[in-house]
Design a protein. Sequence first.
Length: 116
Amino acid sequence: QVQLVESGGGLVQPGGSLRLSCAASGSIFSVKTMDWYRQAPGKERELVATITSDGSTNYADSSVKGRFTISRDNAKNTVYLQMNSLKPDDTAVYYCYIVASLGRWWGRGTQVTVSA
């Protein structure tokens, strides 16, 4: 059974930083893409960033380019999201999503609140 556990969320002031982590455990093999999504109150879940197995990255949300950095540790089956210069509009529940050869899984989410 595969489980994804996110951590690193919390309350931060505008301009601050947070680093999210998502660790996959269980029988997960040949991880392909690892994504971060977010869902703000009253809005649909949206893709933020993707990283492929060879380390290529894509930021689907243009508002985070230059502020967020996605990375991964293949040996640990862990994906990270470094978030700098945070804004109130970044407030959301952040979810990781992993696609592997044997399936795809969502994490439970971690709350990020940006407020003074």
